[in-house]
Design a protein around this ligand. Structure first.
Ligand code: PMP
Length: 412
C-alpha cells in the first residue's frame, strides 16, 4: 500500500495563528449557563437597524442575485462617497473599493504592501486579527508602545534603529483603538505621516469606530491632514455602525493601488455579496445612517460610564481602565494587590462565574500584557454591566484571595 500523501502547508501560512477572538467565541457558544458577554466587539442585535435592513433586502428587484462589479455596486460607492464627504473630507470614486468587511480590507492591505520578511510596526496592544493578517503574509511584526493618546509615534525612530531597517507598513487603529479605546492625537498623526514619508512606509489606517464618537472633540483624520496621500491605505467597515453580518466595508487608497486591489479581490471573492451591498446602499440612500448613529451614541456613552463606575466600585485602584470618547472598548489593567493576575488563566474562572472578556496577551505580538484585558461595553445594558463586573470581581477574588476585594453582590 502506498502511504497516504501528507499535505505540506505553504511556508507563508505556517504563522497563521487562528483568531483567539474567534476561538473564545466558540468556547462561549458551548456554555449553557448565563454569561455576560464583554468579549466580542459587536453591536447587540437590539441596537442593529433590523427592520430597515429587512425592508431593504425585501424590496430588491432583478439583478440582485447576479455577480456584481468587483469594485463594488455603483449605487453603494455613490453613497460611500457622500458619507465620506460629509463626515471626513471628499474622496473620489477612483480611490474606492467595496470590500467584504474590514477584514478583507486589511487582507488586501497586507497582501499588496508587504513581502515575506518585511518589517511591520503595529500598536502594542493591537487588534488580533490585524496582526494575524500581517503574519499570514510573512511580515515580521514589532509592537510599539501605545498610551492614552494612541501610538507613541516619537518612539518609532528608536524602534526602527534597533531593528536595523525601516518598516514597510505601520498598522494603526487611530480612533477608539481596539483594544484600548484610545485615540491618536492630531500631532502624532502629522508626525506619523512625516515618518512614513521618510521611510517609504504605508500607513494602514484601520478605522471601524471613527463615526461612533460620543464625547470629546473630533480629531482630524489622515485624509483631512493630507488629502489623497499615497502612503495612506484606509480600511473602513459598516460592521460597527450598521451590522457585522452584512460583511460590507471599503478601502480608500491611491488609484494605482486600487487597481491592484481590484485584481486581488477578483482572485479572492470576485465581488462582495450584492444583496448586502444593495441593502447598505438603500439604508444610506434613505438617510437612515445619521439618525441611527445619533441614537447609538448616548447609549454607548452611558454604557462606558457605567462600566467605568462599576469597575471602580468593584476593584477600586486594583484595576485601571482607559476612558474612551467613542467606540466599544475599555482596556483594563490589574494593579496593586491584583497586579499578578494572569488574565488568560483567569478566563476559565471568569467563564464559570458567568462573564467573558478577551485576555490581554491576545492583543500582543509576544504574549505580554498578561494582567490586562479587553472589555466591550457596547453590548450590555448598564444593569448587565454591573452584574458582569461583579462576576469578574468574584473570579479575581478566587485568583488572589488576599487581595481584599470589596464584597460584591450575590454569588453564583
Ligand atoms: N479592524 C478592527 C480594529 C476591528 O475591531 C474589526 C472588527 N472587530 C475589524 C477590523 C474587522 O471588521 P469586519 O468585521 O468588518 O471585518
Amino acid at each position: 500500500m502506498t502511504p497516504a500523501p501528507t499535505l505540506a502547508f505553504p511556508r507563508s501560512q505556517r504563522q497563521l495563528l487562528g483568531s483567539v477572538i474567534d476561538s473564545s467565541t466558540s468556547l462561549l457558544a458551548e456554555q449553557t449557563h448565563d454569561i455576560v458577554r464583554f468579549a466580542m466587539g459587536a453591536p447587540n442585535e437590539d441596537l442593529m437597524p433590523i427592520a430597515a435592513l429587512d425592508d431593504a433586502f425585501a424590496s430588491q428587484r432583478s439583478g440582485r442575485f447576479d455577480y456584481g462589479d468587483s469594485a463594488g455596486e455603483p449605487r453603494l460607492r455613490e453613497q460611500i462617497l457622500r458619507l465620506v464627504g460629509e463626515t471626513e473630507v471628499a474622496t473620489t470614486d477612483d480611490r474606492l473599493l467595496v470590500t467584504t468587511g474590514g477584514m478583507q480590507g486589511l487582507d488586501l492591505a497586507f497582501k499588496l504592501c508587504v513581502d515575506p520578511g518585511d518589517l511591520v510596526i503595529v500598536e502594542a496592544p493591537t487588534y488580533t486579527n490585524g496582526n494575524a493578517t500581517a503574519l499570514s503574509y510573512g511580515a515580521e511584526v514589532i509592537g510599539a508602545p501605545t498610551d492614552a493618546h494612541g501610538l507613541i509615534v516619537d518612539g518609532l525612530p528608536e524602534i526602527v534603529a534597533r531593528a536595523g531597517r525601516t518598516p514597510k507598513a505601520i498598522y494603526t487603529i487611530p480612533n477608539f483603538q481596539n483594544p484600548m479605546g484610545v485615540t491618536l492625537t492630531r500631532e502624532r498623526r502629522v508626525r506619523l505621516l512625516e515618518l512614513a514619508e521618510r521611510w517609504g512606509a504605508m500607513i494602514i489606517e484601520d478605522d471601524p469606530y471613527g463615526l461612533l464618537r460620543f464625547g470629546g472633540e473630533h480629531v482630524a483624520s489622515f485624509a483631512e491632514i493630507a488629502p489623497g496621500h499615497p502612503l495612506v491605505f484606509q480600511v473602513r467597515t459598516f460592521s460597527k455602525t450598521i451590522a457585522p453580518g452584512l460583511r460590507v466595508g471599503w478601502i480608500d487608497v491611491d488609484p494605482e493601488l486600487r487597481q491592484l486591489a481590484i485584481s486581488a479581490k477578483q482572485a479572492m471573492d470576485t465581488c462582495t455579496g450584492v444583496p448586502a451591498q444593495n441593502a447598505v446602499a438603500m439604508f444610506l440612500e434613505n438617510g437612515h445612517l445619521a439618525p441611527h448613529i445619533e441614537r447609538l451614541k448616548p447609549i454607548y456613552r452611558e454604557r462606558k460610564i457605567a462600566m467605568r463606575r462599576e469597575l471602580e466600585r468593584a476593584f477600586g485602584d486594583r484595576a485601571v481602565a482607559t476612558d474612551p470618547d467613542g467606540g466599544f472598548f475599555l482596556w483594563v489593567t490589574f494593579a496593586g494587590a491584583l497586579e499578578s493576575i494572569d488574565t488568560e488563566a483567569l478566563f476559565t474562572d471568569a467563564l464559570a462565574e458567568g462573564v467573558a472578556y478577551i485576555p490581554g496577551p491576545a492583543f500582543t505580538t509576544d504574549g505580554s500584557m498578561r494582567n490586562s484585558l479587553r472589555l466591550c461595553f457596547a453590548t450590555s445594558s448598564p444593569e448587565r454591566i454591573a452584574e458582569g463586573v461583579d462576576r469578574l470581581a468574584r473570579a479575581a477574588a478566587l485568583a488572589v484571595p488576599g487581595a481584599g476585594l470589596p464584597t460584591v453582590g450575590g454569588s453564583s
